[in-house]
Design a binder for this molecule. Structure first.
Ligand code: ACO
Length: 321
């Protein structure tokens, strides 16, 4: 059976570090509150780079590790909710930057689930024989969508990018599962450019991100164990066979709750939100790249990726490394 295998990973984060103490100078908050509720100590913030800049740098590293020529890439999907322009897409910008002249390119919008949906989309194309090689990137500069006066959201997020190159192979992605619930969109929104300006003689409004934190928490701790269990059942995989559960890095307490519900030890749930905050669509490939470069992933290891976020959207992918 033809499937797609990850043959290269890469990531990139902007240089500027913003600690919890730095944020306490802007809004009424403190390191202890942020750390105990989220597990976040610091985040990276882009001061001169855009979403496509971060994406292109992560992509270059993934391509280099894969040892392929950019011309071999058939498809580029960029998962992002913080694109630099409405158009052109960030994926087209990445194509131009990395020289993937033969690729078809587009962005995918599924908030923090974006990377998982994008990887699964690439898998569907590769499995069906349409394409052989894809570059899947998650990149976010959420700092431009955040109200830096709103302490309930601004402490949570950070900027960054991660990328993978996937190729047709005999082993790799073993299955995936995806869901959406459009009736709960109001739980997590960002209405940038939401008001039309036809004959109104005024600029479209830009609005910031809003979130009902407790609803997001309840959604995540219910849906993530559920989608992982569905995927394990669908693929006939005993949960004991999973080496790592690489979850979207929103919040350490969400990960602890998911681990508890699945009755799996926390040693199988790697985390790095301590250093980067919640980087939305970038968090999973950023963590995966760190693990890969640290030599934590061995051939044959079974890994589950799971994302959840605005839409609402949630999904999971089972990979044999
Ligand atoms: N610093 C200090 N105090 C704060 C802060 C802050 N940054 N933010 C809120 N507070 C205060 C509130 O005003 C409130 O005060 P009050 O009791 O006087 O009214 C108090 O802390 C408790 O506020 P809650 O919103 O009830 O705090 P909660 O314990 O629910 O924690 C949190 C908030 C961390 C956001 C939690 O709801 C959560 O983890 N939600 C999950 C959401 C998430 O991770 N979203 C990430 C983005 S979405 C995604 O990636 C899928």
């Amino acid at each position: 059976m033809i499937t797609s295998r990850i043959v290269g990973t890469g990531s990139y984060v902007p240089e500027q570090i913003v600690t919890n103490d730095d944020l306490a100078k802007i809004v009424e908050t403190n390191d202890e509150w942020i750390r105990t509720r989220t597990g976040i100590r610091q985040r990276r913030i882009a001061t001169s780079e855009g979403t496509s800049d971060l994406a292109a740098k992560a992509a270059e590293r993934a391509i280099e590790q894969a040892g392929i020529k950019p011309e071999e890439i058939d498809l580029i999907i960029l998962a992002t909710s913080s694109q630099d322009y409405c158009f052109p897409s960030g994926a087209c910008e990445v194509q131009g930057r990395v020289g993937a002249v033969n690729a078809v390119c587009y962005d995918l919008s599924a908030a923090c689930t974006g990377f998982v949906f994008a990887l699964n989309t690439a898998q569907a194309f590769i499995q069906s024989g349409v394409y052989r090689t894809a570059l899947v990137v998650g990149s976010e500069v959420l700092s431009k969508l955040i109200d830096w006066k709103d302490r309930s959201t601004c402490v949570l997020f950070g900027d960054g990018a991660g990328a993978v190159v996937v190729r047709a192979d005999e082993t790799g992605i073993l299955g995936f599962q995806m869901h959406s619930d459009g009736t709960k969109g109001n739980v997590l929104t960002c209405g940038a450019r939401s008001n039309g300006n036809f004959l109104m003689n005024q600029k479209p409004e830009l609005s910031y991100m809003t979130m009902d934190g407790q609803e997001v928490f309840k959604f995540a701790v219910k849906r993530v164990p559920e989608v992982i269990s569905q995927l394990l059942e669908k693929t006939g995989t005993p949960i004991e066979e999973i080496r790592y559960f690489v979850l979207h890095q929103a919040n350490y307490r969400i990960i602890e709750s998911v681990a508890k519900r699945l009755k799996v030890g926390m040693e199988k749930f790697p985390a790095n939100m301590e250093y980067y905050g919640n980087t939305s669509g970038a968090s999973i490939p950023l963590l995966l790249d760190e693990m890969n470069r640290a030599g934590k992933l061995n051939p044959g290891d079974k890994i589950i990726l799971s994302g959840f976020g605005g839409g609402l959207t949630w999904g999971a992918t089972l990979i044999q490394w």
